[in-house]
Design a protein. Structure first.
Length: 276
């Protein structure tokens, strides 16, 4: 009998510990944070005069009307739409390439562990934040006014804006590398270029490729939208279709964009899984 009690005691303790673990632990900080979040969201909704009830009642019939006009999709100019989609992908690829080229030196200067000095580090970080802060739409609108309509404003807008993101990603990867190889080369008298070439770059190659694929995936989506402001690609076709109330053509363009993004997203996910 004593043996049974000895064996049952740990089981009861484990059950109590499990129930205690699964029981929600509500600290005053958590409750305060949730309460403040709810209050903030309520105040923002009131200030913006947003009525979600009307959105799902009065506005629903307008959404249904527009959706009914989009059916069936009009693929009569399918070849032109495909060529525009290809142009959008080309804009994204070239913009991403420009961003990669510009962001590499910026990342090397804005990484704390390899930056030459604090002044250069601060300047490089400021440049990175500045270009991330300006949306592609604003850059594209300025370039369209300065250069004119076409693919060039879209390419430059994507390259300039995403340069800031890639430089941030690269710099963070460099700051989290294993310091062992760096210190070993430094103690052996290696130059800065040798340290970067043989101790830094080999460690960040997998994340480098993954970040580039993510930015390319993102830039294809953004290149689609930049066409709305005249920066070329299928976005320009989408804007024209909306302006002319050609809703069947709009739905055809949306389907082409969806299929393209779906295929590219799966391809980039497959490539990222192979380099891990």
């Amino acid at each position: 009998m004593n043996n049974k009690n000895i064996f049952k005691l740990p089981e009861n303790n484990q059950k109590e510990d499990l129930e205690k673990y699964l029981r929600p632990q509500w600290s005053w900080k958590t409750i305060t944070f949730i309460s403040l979040t709810i209050i903030l969201l309520t105040l923002v909704t009131i200030d913006l005069e947003i009525n979600f009830i009307n959105l799902f009642t009065d506005s629903f019939k307008y959404f249904a009307d527009i959706f009914s006009r989009m059916l069936p999709p009009d693929f009569s100019n399918f070849n032109d739409l495909v060529f525009s989609m290809i142009e959008t992908i080309e804009i994204a690829i070239l913009g991403t390439f420009i961003a990669i080229i510009l962001s590499i030196p910026l990342a090397l200067l804005s990484a704390k562990n390899i930056a030459p000095n604090i002044i250069i580090f601060f300047i490089a970080r400021t440049i990175t934040v500045f270009f991330r802060a300006i949306p592609e739409f604003i850059i594209a609108m300025i370039l369209v006014i300065a250069i004119g309509f076409g693919a060039m404003p879209g390419v430059l807008a994507l390259g300039i804006h995403t340069m800031g993101f890639l430089a941030k990603f690269y710099a963070e990867d460099i700051e989290h590398i294993n310091k062992g190889p760096v210190e070993a080369l430094r103690s052996s008298g290696a130059s800065k270029r040798q340290i970067i070439s043989f101790a830094v770059i080999p460690q960040i190659i997998p994340s480098f490729v993954a970040n580039n694929l993510y930015i390319l995936d993102r830039n294809i989506r953004m290149a689609t939208m930049l066409g709305i402001v005249g920066a070329g690609g299928i976005g320009y076709e989408l804007q024209s279709a909306f302006r002319m109330f050609e809703y069947p053509k709009v739905s055809a363009i949306i389907i082409i964009i969806f299929i393209t993004i779906f295929l590219i997203d799966n391809l980039s996910s497959y490539i990222r899984s192979k380099i891990k």
